[in-house]
Design a binder for this molecule. Structure first.
Ligand code: PLP
Length: 400
């Protein structure tokens, strides 16, 4: 492996790729894989049948390129969002789709980032952001959060003024902390970034799992041409393997992305699979309530055991108060349970799975807790993560 790494660095690589590692969450075959925030519920049979039917209907035409503009799919995605959040009135011209929201984020940077321009995000956050920046030759500014991982409006605005970025990525709910950002922070960042014409991107990969009081940034789109909201079918829809991400924005932002998208980037098969799944949106999203219940169980039990979990708006829980992250990670793996060490001392992240998977995780944690809880007052941080920006009196949103 070292030889390979040496050979790699001997290549005429672009300077900003030197020394970088590719995204590499472990893909281990274990009984309980709770490490990459997938929806672990298998697709219901009726949904599988519809998807197979949709795919069968395009197979005969695979000698031709697919619909380059994916108009039917974008219309269905707009309808789905309109049904989720009242009053947003999106048309297909407001929606763009690609192979996972990772590709959507990459296209945004290809369009609005690039050499001499900066991407700002607030760490800890989604580990792909710096890699997407490097891949598009965009400078990456690793903004910070408070010691409890919260992001206040004041701090966000200060860091924006310092960086004057071309693009800001705000994951809400954030990965790995699972906390959502208040619309007040997003609105303030949008207003304050007018002098720099910054594209403000809210990455809502986990929005469907949010608590009822958490609002989607989709409501802020009207009249804000520099605002983009990204979504994915990988999480709530349980379609991580199909690779379908999308965004909502002003129609001319969608037009701008056409300048960088590869021709026919979204295969006819991918479009058919996504259309089949959208036809069953209700059946697929039926698992969301169960996942939220398992997430709340994880949060409550970890707190009871002496750890400090964040209040989660996602399908996973981030917790601090771990004596040695790697040791607890390994102890769980010995039980066949794979969770995620995100590299933050004294912390780990676990996805909320089915009831059975959650039972397995919590049973192991009850046994392991006495040895692995960080004793109070030992100096290391066991501070519970806070909500990014609490907005207690906001109206109940239909978006989860
Ligand atoms: C915050 C966030 N955004 C985007 C993604 C990418 O999802 P996908 O490319 O599967 O749509 C992930 C995946 O884990 C994520 O955590």
């Amino acid at each position: 492996m070292n030889d390979r790494r040496d050979s790699l660095s001997a290549l005429p690589l672009r300077e900003n790729l030197r020394g970088k590692s590719p995204y590499g969450a472990p893909q281990k075959s274990v009984p309980f894989a709770l490490n990459v925030n997938e929806n672990t519920h298998p697709l219901p049979e009726a949904v599988q049948e519809t998807i197979v039917g949709k795919v069968a209907s395009v197979v005969g035409g695979l000698n031709r390129y697919p619909d380059r503009d994916a108009v039917e799919l974008r219309s269905e995605l707009a309808d789905y969002l309109n049904a989720q959040v009242q009053g947003i009135d999106l048309a297909y011209e407001n929606v763009w789709a690609a192979n996972g929201s990772n590709e959507i984020l990459q296209q945004i940077l290809q369009t609005f980032g690039g050499p001499g321009r900066a991407l700002l995000s607030f760490t800890p956050t989604y580990s792909m952001y710096p890699l997407l920046a490097a891949g598009t030759d965009t400078d990456y500014v690793a903004g910070t959060r408070g010691s409890d991982f919260s992001l206040t409006q004041e701090s966000a605005l200060e860091q924006l003024a310092e960086a004057e970025p071309a693009v800001v990525f705000l994951a809400s709910p954030n990965n790995p902390t699972a906390t959502a950002l208040g619309p007040d922070v997003i609105e303030a960042l949008y207003e304050a970034s007018e002098p720099y014409r910054t594209m403000i991107v809210v990455d809502e990969a986990y929005a469907e799992f949010a608590r009822d009081s958490t609002r989607s940034a989709l409501r802020l789109l009207k009249g804000r041409e520099r605002l983009i909201v990204t979504r994915t079918m990988s999480k709530a829809f349980g379609l991580a393997g199909a690779r379908l991400g999308y965004l909502a924005a002003a129609p001319h932002v969608v037009d701008a992305l056409q300048l960088v998208r590869l021709p026919y980037h979204l295969s006819a098969v991918t479009q058919a699979v996504a259309l089949g799944a959208l036809a069953h949106a209700e059946d697929l999203l039926a698992t969301v309530d169960d996942i939220r219940a398992q997430r709340d169980r994880i949060e409550a039990t970890l707190r009871e055991l002496g750890f400090s979990p964040a209040v989660s708006d996602a399908n996973f829980v981030f917790f601090t108060g771990v004596r040695d992250s790697q040791a607890l990670f390994e102890a769980l793996l010995d039980d066949g349970i794979l969770i995620r060490d995100v590299g933050i001392p004294n912390s780990l992240r676990v996805s909320a799975g089915t009831r059975e998977e959650t039972d397995a995780f919590l049973t192991a944690m009850r046994r392991l807790a006495p040895e692995h809880v960080l004793p109070a007052g030992n100096g290391a941080s066991a501070e519970p993560p806070a909500t990014d920006s609490p907005t207690p009196d906001i109206a109940k949103d239909t978006t989860r």
